[in-house]
Ligand binder design. Structure first.
Ligand SMILES: [Zn+2]
Length: 285
């Protein structure tokens, strides 16, 4: 199944509801537009929910660049990536035996590291093929389906994480509102998405639909989306995934990369960081 075979439908801006967005480009047969009111960049028309379900059920994403890139790294590098993410989450939520929900848990890597530290972990995955690999790799049985099919009671979790998932979802606003309900007051949401303001993406010359990204967030639009869902945004900042470094060169490369990225952002308002990480909390219901 290819992207141009998916049934599609016109959608309003997911952030402000406006219609008649500005066309930007056609990339991998998908039309990418920018909302003239709030600036959100998204695919329009979008694949229907039924088409997305078929696409994921067929395991199409597993054969695409994102996953093959993931598996091209050594187990050591993959380990570094998830340990950095878990250490970051712990900086924002210091709790013993915290209850964690990982949305779109993929192969279960993050849940694996969190459970080793004694956290109570839950997760689900939209793709049955990916969830199967999680069982085989870590023995973690992920529920299969989307967020709205999961029977979690409100205020079940101290921490909710979402690593490179939100950009794939048809209705990010509805998902963030549901996550707000599931989080306990004082709980923390940590999510990461690709950074639209990264120089190589800003040119629109590279494929923007790798892994079927339906939304392309800047730090600003991501923040506004989380705020509109009820969260208090603590930080929304461009960073990197950690995949750029071999283990030996990691520390020096990371320092240099961050320094260049910050200098460039201050000088010309652009940056070279490939991801945005957002930290938010729930103050009240
Ligand atoms: Zn808008």
């Amino acid at each position: 199944m290819t992207l141009d075979q998916l049934a599609t439908t016109e959608v309003p801006c997911n952030l402000c509801g406006a219609r008649d967005p500005l066309p930007l480009c056609v990339n991998c047969s998908l039309h990418i537009v920018r909302c003239r009111v709030c600036g959100l960049v998204f695919v329009n028309p979008q694949p229907t929910l039924e088409a997305l379900r078929e696409y994921h059920a067929a395991g199409e994403l597993m054969s695409q660049d994102g996953w093959s890139s993931y598996f091209s790294h050594s187990q050591e590098q993959i380990c570094d990536l998830w340990q950095e993410r878990f250490a970051d989450v712990k900086r924002w939520k210091q709790a013993q035996n915290a209850s964690l929900l990982d949305v779109g848990a993929g192969y279960g890597d993050f849940l694996h590291y969190a459970s080793k530290e004694g956290w109570q972990v839950s997760g689900f995955e939209f793709s049955p093929a990916v969830a199967k690999l999680s069982r085989e790799k870590y023995g973690i049985a992920l529920a299969v389906g989307d967020l709205f099919e999961m029977p979690f009671p409100n205020q079940s979790f101290d921490v909710i994480t979402m690593w490179h998932v939100l950009e794939h979802l048809a209705d990010p606003t509805a998902v963030l509102k549901r996550l707000f309900e599931l989080l306990r007051p004082g709980g923390v949401l940590v999510l990461e998405v690709p950074n639209l303001d990264c120089l190589i993406r800003k040119s629109y010359r590279v494929p923007m639909t790798v892994n079927l990204h339906l939304y392309h967030f800047s730090s600003a639009t991501l923040s506004r989306l989380a705020s509109a869902a009820g969260f208090k945004v603590l930080r929304s900042r461009a960073g990197n995934t950690g995949f750029l470094y071999s283990r030996r060169a990691k520390v020096y490369a990371k320092r240099a990369f961050y320094a260049c990225s910050r200098a460039l952002e201050m000088a010309v308002g652009a940056n070279v960081s490939d991801s945005i990480r957002l930290h938010a909390t729930k103050v009240s219901n």
